[in-house]
Design a binder for this molecule. Structure first.
Ligand code: NDP
Length: 399
């Protein structure tokens, strides 16, 4: 039985809190802490009365000292960081200062440049090792489950993996002309960045959204998919031995892309601060304030997500293709935890990752990406915790 400090109270945190409360045998007590305490209190109110004890707190996680103070007061066994990528390092510093395990779902991002790189967090390896504590990076869906899928394929089905295509489809419709399914700043920064894929030992860069294909997804149907850079490519390129090519694909509708193009053309997606009426504002942060809160999309979103990996390689001298994926229904997720499937598919793996560490299965001093651990107990929990996966050996190739 353990205590978890959950930092953040947005769409993903809502799922994390629900799932912790569904697993009181592991999570005896949780503390929900965020910048806006009223959001934490609202979550506590929804879930109070179960076996898991809930506390709330106000914290500005940009300030290491505040996080240290909170950790000292609450005394958690793990910190589950589901605030924003900007807080990763300050929270890791606080974990180091207090000797507590750490988990997040997205790599650290500096405020002024969209990088999607692990270098800042990998630089903590030695310090976490010396402190004897574990940091699990990227325990969401992608990154997260997609890395576990690759590790599972490597362990059970391949002697050598040659190519990985990660396919992320969202067939959900929320009825708004334009909204992002998770934090708009992070989402838009990701999409407007150059595309990049890994081939033969190096990254090949492509203009944003310039490579497109059509793919027929189970539960969704045919969708346009676009090649994007995604942070798990960096760690998978290192951790999947012998890999020659990794690409990441995401679905976008023409309507979504048209809105995005206009916003980009008028400068609203920029992360460069501008001065407006004597005050500095970041256009993308202002846009975030205008767009629907992702946490409010839950009741309106219908349809499914389908995210998985098409993996090709060799087993016993024979070429083999393996496809492993999960489908998640927006309405069912909302019924269960009050959030749509994007938050659900991120929050559930965060809780499973925390369980892996708390149960001692993935307890190892250092800083790790998810594919570095034994995938089997995680895969088992996905089926139990609401994200069942499916596999196929039929060729489902992209080209
Ligand atoms: P939201 O914007 O809905 O929530 C973020 C929460 O963090 C808010 O409660 C916010 O507080 C809080 N927060 C922001 N800054 C601070 C701070 N300085 N101190 C304390 N709390 C703070 O985001 P989501 O829930 O959608 O996403 C959470 C994380 O999950 C993000 O890092 C995102 O990148 C990641 N993610 C990962 C995915 C994956 O598959 N790996 C997929 C989707 C998301 P306030 O309410 O005051 O603003």
């Amino acid at each position: 039985m353990a205590k978890a400090l959950i930092i953040g109270a947005g769409g993903v945190a809502q799922v994390v809190v629900h799932k912790c409360c569904q697993n009181p045998d592991v999570f005896e007590e949780i503390c929900i802490a965020s910048r806006t305490k009223s959001k934490c209190d609202a979550l506590k109110e929804k879930l109070d009365g179960g076996k898991t004890k809930i506390q709330t707190a106000q914290v500005d996680a940009d300030k290491t000292e505040e996080v240290i103070e909170l950790i000292k007061q609450f005394g958690p066994d793990i910190v589950i960081n589901v605030a924003l990528p900007y807080q990763d390092l300050t929270i890791m510093d606080a974990c180091l200062a207090t000797g507590v395990d750490y988990l997040d779902t997205a790599n650290y991002e500096p405020l002024d440049t969209a990088k999607f790189e692990y270098k800042w967090q990998w630089a903590y390896r030695e310090r976490f090792e010396k402190a004897g504590i574990t940091a699990l990076l990227g325990s969401g869906f992608d990154p997260g489950v997609t890395g576990v899928f690759c590790a599972y394929a490597q362990k059970h089905y391949f002697d050598e993996i040659h190519t990985i295509d990660i396919l992320d489809a969202n067939g959900g419709d929320h009825g708004y002309p334009f909204a992002t399914n998770f934090n708009p700043e992070i989402n838009i920064r990701e999409i407007t960045a150059n595309g990049r894929y890994w081939e033969k030992g190096e990254f090949v860069e492509t203009p944003p959204l310039s490579i497109k294909k059509v793919y027929d997804f189970e539960g969704i149907g045919e969708k346009d998919i676009y090649l994007l850079y995604h942070e798990e490519l960096e760690s998978l390129a290192l951790n999947i031995k012998g890999i020659q090519k990794i690409r990441f694909w995401m679905t976008f509708s023409q309507n979504y892309l048209t809105h995005l193009k206009v916003l980009e053309n008028v400068g609203m997606t920029s992360i460069e601060p501008i001065v407006y009426e004597g005050r500095e504002i970041v256009p993308l942060q202002f846009l975030k304030a205008l767009l629907p809160d992702p946490a409010s999309l839950g009741p309106r979103t219908k349809g499914k997500t389908n995210i998985g990996c098409v993996i090709q390689g060799v087993k016993d001298g024979q070429p083999r293709t393996y496809y492993v994926y999960n489908m998640c229904d927006h309405q069912e997720a909302y019924k269960e935890v009050g959030s749509q499937a994007i938050s659900y598919t991120t929050g559930v793996p965060a809780v499973i990752g925390a369980m892996m560490i708390l149960k001692g299965l993935w307890k190892k001093p250092g800083v790790f990406n998810i594919e570095e651990f034994d995938p089997d107990p995680f895969m088992e929990q996905l089926n139990k915790q609401g994200l069942p996966w499916h596999e196929s050996f039929e060729p489902v190739l992209l080209d």
